[in-house]
Design a protein around this ligand. Structure first.
Ligand SMILES: [Zn+2]
Length: 81
């Protein structure tokens, strides 16, 4: 069998950028669903937009837990005023 699980790919979530906001499938105990990316690396650092708590997740864990990217940070390309 040569089928490689999607989460095994190191490029999983390569579209994710600093400052992006993601929505999770399950809510945080505080009731919030949306998290902002505060760190990019082998692990992804996320800050809860509701209570401010920070967590670290492996890319594949985040891939499994997140539902969608709500908005992309885009500090660099804000030309369209
Ligand atoms: Zn929270």
């Amino acid at each position: 069998m040569s089928l490689i699980p999607e989460w095994y790919n190191p490029n999983v979530l390569q579209d994710l950028g600093f400052g992006d906001v993601v929505r999770m499938r399950k809510s945080h105990p505080c009731g919030g669903y949306e998290w902002q990316v505060v760190r990019l690396g082998a692990d992804i650092g996320l800050e809860c937009l509701t209570c401010g708590r920070r967590i670290l997740l492996e890319r594949r864990s985040l891939k499994n837990r997140m539902k969608m990217i709500v908005c992309q940070g885009g500090d660099s390309d804000s030309e369209n005023g």
